[in-house]
Design a protein around this ligand. Structure first.
Ligand SMILES: [Fe+2]
Ligand SMILES: [Fe+2]
Length: 303
């Protein structure tokens, strides 16, 4: 892509961001209340759904597990957005404030800050506590945000945005899901669409000219980020909170089952993007297949 086209296109994204701001405080119907049978997350996204043990839970327990897990998903996005903003601020230090890149990233920081506030408001509305990242998560996050080169960080941010956007796609389209969650997802989907577009354009300058080693590395960084985020979602503590007899058995079943169905639910956009720069080769393809893709997601298999 020529520089001229990049700049013109990003100017358009900046203009939309300024002319059509979406404010969580007015966009989301915060006064709505869930009914007894309201879902908090589409059932297909709940870890244990689809496993034979799902039927062992009462309807109330199934809904409650969705409530706990959607809180965890929102918390993990808010946390990753804080990390992304940390990186963007680092990146801005080397840019000219008049440049189109600087001005777009400022808009992205503004929008990501609003998303963090929105997810925090939604978590408070749902009135449950998320499980915090482990020390290992925090160490990995700190080292990458502090020391990863820009292209590695942009592709990390993009991997998480693709995942978050795919989840938002499922959540905003399910009429059985609580209106607050659906509207949060809709807002996030609209604004993340611009962030994703920008990151893909930005990365083209690297992927178009990258050799085998760099392509392989970018593909594996994408995979690592997806696995990193996935590791937050299914939590032993949630199954204890459900108050079932054998919470450990349920937790282990949910974790294994969720890993099998995850690629089909959340990895499609990442696979498309990695394919677009030739990121599946004889080194990366077996690793993607082993760690993420599986027969239950056969339509996601890398070409
Ligand atoms: Fe966001
Ligand atoms: Fe974003």
């Amino acid at each position: 892509m020529k520089q001229f086209y990049f700049e013109e296109s990003v100017e358009r994204l900046i203009r939309i961001s300024k002319e059509k701001p979406l404010l969580p405080e007015t966009y989301v119907p915060w006064a709505d209340e869930p009914k007894d049978d309201t879902l908090f997350m589409p059932e297909k996204l709940v870890s244990l759904e689809g496993h034979p043990l799902w039927q062992k839970l009462s309807r109330e327990q199934q809904i409650e597990l969705g409530r706990l897990e959607v809180i965890q998903v929102m918390y993990s996005y808010a946390w990753s957005e804080t990390l992304a903003c940390y990186f963007f601020q680092r990146h801005l230090l080397g840019l000219d404030p008049d440049s189109v890149e600087y001005r777009f990233l400022l808009r992205e920081i503004i929008e990501e800050s609003r998303h963090q506030e929105m997810f925090g408001m939604a978590i408070r509305k749902l009135d449950r506590k998320p499980v915090k990242p482990t020390g290992l998560h925090r160490l990995f996050a700190y080292l990458t945000v502090r020391w990863f080169p820009d292209s590695w960080m942009f592709i990390s941010v993009l991997a998480i945005e693709h995942m978050a956007d795919t989840y938002a796609h499922h959540m905003r389209r399910d009429p059985g899901v609580f209106s607050v969650i659906r509207k949060c997802s809709q807002l996030h989907h609209i604004e993340e669409g611009r962030h994703i577009q920008y990151a893909e354009w930005w990365l083209k300058r690297f992927t178009d000219s990258a050799g085998f080693f760099k392509i392989t590395l970018l593909s594996l960084i994408t995979l690592a980020n997806i696995l990193f985020m996935r590791s937050f979602y299914v939590q032993r503590a949630f199954f204890k909170e459900l108050g079932t007899g054998d919470s450990d058995t349920l937790y282990r079943a949910a974790r294994t089952h969720y890993r099998k169905k995850f690629a089909g639910l959340a990895a499609e956009e990442s696979v498309r993007f990695v394919n677009s720069f030739g990121g599946f080769n004889f080194i990366t393809r077996p690793l993607w297949s082993f760690f993420l893709l599986n027969p239950s997601a056969s339509n996601q298999n890398p070409k």
